[in-house]
Design a protein around this ligand. Structure first.
Ligand code: ZN
Ligand code: FE
Length: 255
């Protein structure tokens, strides 16, 4: 049985998620920007948090952990590589490790770039991947700690998941990502349509995440380094995909 997944808006533009296993009532919180809206979302559904899965150490993803642990006793789960700067972990994870929410098994994908210890959680039976600030809707996280080639490699791993996978990212940045994406590939009709849909959704205050991976592959410039029109526009016809990605990431940083 797939996980029941709830999007919880937090802070100004962050998202936390609840992932509930109906078979066992186990419930994971994915990222904890702040406790109050997450506790409210749990209470509303009568769910009890059993785990807190952390994608990376940035404050806007972990600040709510102490209050959530105090309120729920949930086990804190995060990357072994960043155990020294995450809240105290009950479980430390590495690439390929399995995470269980009740009977639902997920795998850990290391996606360094935004931070060196960033991980994603992939639940194949639910066609869901929690990517936070690695792959985002129409974008990707800023490369703070790793290198651009390293971020490209991380995105390549996520891009190889089944195309029907839903990508649950960590922020509502999609409208501004769409404006940038159109500067990289203005002739992309799927991107034009998506940008219009995103603008309409935001006008109505609707979340633009999750997004289907196949839609990202068709419209997200950070996954489209192989695109001939993009390469032509950037004057990088003979560059490697990683170099094209690096140029796009640099342009976004200055956008
Ligand atoms: Zn971050
Ligand atoms: Fe963030």
């Amino acid at each position: 049985m797939p996980l029941e997944i709830v999007t919880v808006p937090c802070l100004t533009d962050n998202y936390a998620y609840l992932a509930h296993d109906p078979a066992t009532d186990a419930t994971a919180i994915i990222d904890a920007p702040e406790a109050a809206p997450i506790l409210q979302a749990l209470t509303t559904r009568g769910w009890k948090a059993t785990h807190i899965l952390l994608t990376h150490h940035h404050d806007d993803h972990i600040a709510g952990v102490p209050a959530l642990v105090a309120a729920t006793g949930a086990k804190v789960v995060g990357a072994a590589a960043d155990a020294h700067r995450l809240p105290p972990l009950d479980v430390e994870l590495r690439e390929g490790d399995t995470v269980k929410i009740g009977v639902s098994a997920g795998s850990v994908i290391e996606v360094p770039g935004h931070t060196l210890g960033h991980i994603a959680f992939y639940f194949p039976d639910s066609a869901a991947v929690f990517t936070a600030d690695s792959l985002m809707a129409l974008g990707c996280g800023r490369v703070f700690e790793g290198t651009r080639p390293q971020m490209w490699e991380s995105l390549t791993k996520l891009a190889a998941l089944p195309p029907e996978t839903l990508v649950y990212s960590g922020h509502e940045y999609t409208a501004s990502n769409a404006r940038f994406a159109l500067t990289i590939e203005p002739e992309n009709a799927a991107l034009q349509a998506r940008a219009a849909a995103v603008a309409a959704a935001r006008e109505e205050g609707r979340a633009t995440v999750p997004a289907r991976l196949e839609e990202e592959l068709a419209t997200n410039p950070f996954l489209r380094a192989a695109s001939t029109p993009i390469r032509a526009r950037l004057g990088l016809r003979d560059a490697t995909d990683a170099e094209v990605f690096g140029e796009i990431r640099g342009r976004k940083d200055r956008f």
